[in-house]
Ligand binder design. Structure first.
Ligand SMILES: Cc1ncc(COP(=O)(O)O)c(C=O)c1O
Length: 472
């Protein structure tokens, strides 16, 4: 039908999208995206916010309210929102009509980004694969390790309470019955405790088909959990001894978040493969990377016959995204953001420890590595007054024993501060602010938390319940 007229459907324009009000966004979200998720957004009062712009440490909503961001997209906004250097670089890229897709020709941008990552990574972690998400970087790492080891030694050891993403391979090594649901997953895998070198050694000694070990260096989804001193040195030694490829997943804890570029650097050892994403894109671009030791990479994909098994996906190493990552890496060092992460992280932790000492019946523990901090609340499942327990469980079963939801909701509503929750541990608030955070902003956050907790549990829960009933 060569002469058929194609009618344009009723499409919204970008201008119309920008001008949708919060109720219209809610309708579209429910009709076309994720209706079930609205329940949780409502519980926390997040459904009332439409972000109009973001700059540095702040979001600005539809009413001109500035919200201090201690969530940071789970560690995706190292340089702060809309860093001026990233905006200028991206504008220049567009004005010069630079090319994007890097499939037909080699890309100078992807090549330069790969060189930069190799320069930052220790030892011979020199070979880089670029993708568009953390999950894709993890998939690439698992496939590389499997090809290196061959089918006989392709079994993957992964940790309890791990989170590596939701694509099928990454999901197979993500320790969550909830996320794994009833999907059919890889079956060549074995779960081990995190941070326990005796258990690791036992697993490797008893099963020679284990050829791959994947671990987050700091577990994010578990509630900001690090390994005991000496563990990573043991991991390196055991992987060498049993010829196992160690994959460090630093999608969340990498790119300076813990006060060094890679979290494993604190232990003075290096893995065989490392994955990065989140902040690598400067909060502006979808960028994921896998960096591998040259020896591992070359054995798996080094020959012309094997090179294309792993060649990049369509959007791997796109022009503007690669340039955004190049600029992000330069900003991190030019503005000393990694040092700032260590300095402000230590200050935030110290102040939170004082708050914990003041409210030992509310906060169970604070722990952290640079600007990756977990604030664990006491579990109130059995200690909350019976009347309040009933109120809370009517609102949502997930909130039954945890103050996190209440505190997060009230910090946003009353103090204009955004914090993050945690996949597996409902008692932990995660703090991963942009690495540009100042001492004054740390003070603002901690003072607000202190003020809120000084009301005591009963008044906090009551205020929350009123707020949620108002949202229904
Ligand atoms: C440690 C870790 N690995 C992998 C992923 C998956 O990354 P993405 O959501 O970009 O696919 C995440 C995401 O939170 C993560 O925290």
């Amino acid at each position: 039908m060569p002469n058929q007229t194609i009618n344009k459907p009723e499409l919204l324009s970008v201008e119309q999208a920008k001008n949708l009000d919060v109720l219209a966004v809610t309708d579209l979200f429910c009709e076309h995206m994720n209706p079930g998720q609205l329940h949780f957004l409502k519980l926390l009062g997040f459904n009332k916010v439409k972000v109009e712009s973001a700059e540095g440490m702040y979001y600005t909503d539809q009413n001109g309210r500035k919200i201090l961001d201690f969530f940071g997209g789970f560690g995706s906004v190292a340089c702060g929102h809309n860093h001026p250097r990233l905006l200028a670089m991206r504008k220049r890229f567009q004005d010069e009509k630079r090319h994007e897709i890097a499939i037909a020709f080699m890309s100078q941008y992807a090549a330069a980004l790969s060189k930069n990552l190799a320069a930052i990574a220790p030892e011979d972690l020199d070979m880089v694969f670029l993708g568009t998400s953390g999950s894709e970087a993890v998939e690439a790492a698992l496939k590389l390790a499997e090809r290196f080891q061959g089918p006989e030694r392709a079994k993957i050891a992964y940790a309890e309470h791990s989170f590596h993403g939701k694509t099928r391979g990454a999901l197979s090594v993500t320790d969550s019955e909830f996320y794994q649901s009833s999907f059919r997953l890889l079956n060549n895998r074995v779960r081990i405790p995190f941070g326990d070198s005796t258990a690791l050694e036992e697993a490797l000694r008893n099963d020679s088909s284990i050829g791959v070990l994947i671990l987050e260096t700091v577990q994010g989804g578990a509630g900001i959990v690090g390994a005991p001193t000496g563990y990573w040195q043991d991991v390196r030694r055991l992987c060498d001894q049993y010829n196992v490829v160690w994959i460090a997943d630093e999608v969340q804890c990498g790119v300076g978040r813990t006060g060094l570029f890679f979290a494993f650097e604190h232990a003075g050892v290096a893995p065989d493969i490392v994955t990065l994403a989140k902040s690598l894109g400067g909060g502006k671009a979808a960028m994921g990377a896998m960096i591998a030791r040259r020896s591992v990479y070359m054995a798996a994909y080094g020959a012309p016959q094997t090179a294309l098994i792993h060649g990049p996906a369509t959007f791997g190493g796109m022009g503007e995204a690669s340039c955004t990552s190049i600029e992000t890496l330069n900003i991190l060092y030019d503005e000393n953001l990694i040092e700032n992460s260590a300095r402000q992280g230590a200050y935030l932790l110290e102040r939170l420890q004082k708050v914990q000492a003041k409210y030992p019946n509310i906060i169970k523990e604070v722990r952290g590595y640079g600007l990756m901090i977990g604030l664990e609340f006491c579990d109130f499942s059995n200690t909350l007054p019976f009347g309040l327990r009933t109120v809370v469980s009517v609102l949502d079963n997930k909130l039954k024993g945890s103050l996190c939801g209440f505190v997060g909701c009230l910090l946003l509503k009353e103090y204009d501060i955004l914090v993050a929750f945690t996949e597996y541990n409902r008692n932990v608030i995660r703090l991963e602010p942009p690495l540009v955070v100042t001492r004054e902003q740390v003070d603002t956050f901690v003072d607000a938390l202190d003020d809120l907790l000084s009301r005591g549990v009963t008044r906090i829960v009551t205020a929350f319940a009123k707020e949620v009933v108002g949202n229904k």
